[in-house]
Design a protein around this ligand. Structure first.
Ligand code: SF4
Ligand code: SF4
Ligand code: SF4
Length: 167
């Protein structure tokens, strides 16, 4: 599965990009166990859970990231969530449209990352260059909506495919 956000779509008043993303701590049994009651959507303090295809909850990072607060888990009346699972399998990847990678000063994503997974490396003759420490990235998506270039994709490290943001 691949993920992305569409901050620009949000800013221009359009609907956030509908993406096929399951809520945290869910797996392939999600479709079978979720009764589409919407309780997790109502419980999410960040409003990043929305009703998606077929009425199933989806996570969207168009305006914010997941704080991993677990409110969705507590609210769910069915065995949909399992905190023993990894919350998200995808990880952040910075794409070539990143301003800093094009030698334009920008570190907007750094402060949004709670785990300090995005680091800027001093580089001779260039502005500091961003890197994602994959082992420290939780896939929370907080960095994606702050990027002015929509240059942060979320993808499974072993997937190799991704869904690019829409202009
Ligand atoms: S863990 Fe918290 S912020 Fe993340 S989707 Fe669940 S309720 Fe929302
Ligand atoms: S916020 Fe976006 S453009 Fe700026 S450094 Fe981070 S990835 Fe690059
Ligand atoms: S997705 Fe990863 S890099 Fe981005 S803010 Fe969350 S932990 Fe940091």
């Amino acid at each position: 599965m691949t993920v992305s956000t569409s901050r620009r779509a949000l800013l221009r008043g359009g609907a956030p990009l509908a993406v096929d993303r399951q809520p945290p701590w869910t797996d392939s049994t999600f479709i079978d166990t979720c009764i589409r009651c919407g309780d997790c959507i109502d419980a999410c303090p960040e409003s990043i859970l929305v009703k998606g295809d077929g009425g199933f909850p989806q996570v969207t990072f168009a305006s914010d990231g997941c704080t991993l607060c677990g409110e969705c888990v507590s609210a769910c009346p069915e065995p949909v969530f399992d905190l023993n699972r990894e919350a998200f399998e995808w990880r952040a990847r910075i794409e070539s449209t990143c301003l800093a990678l094009n030698n334009i000063q920008c570190q907007s994503c750094q402060d949004s990352c709670e785990t300090d997974a995005i680091r800027f490396r001093p580089t001779l003759g260039r502005v500091p260059q961003p890197e994602v420490a994959i082992d420290d990235c939780t896939g929370c998506g907080a960095c994606t909506s702050v990027c002015p270039q929509d240059a942060i994709a979320l993808e499974k490290p072993d997937d190799g495919t991704q869904q690019q943001t829409s202009p």
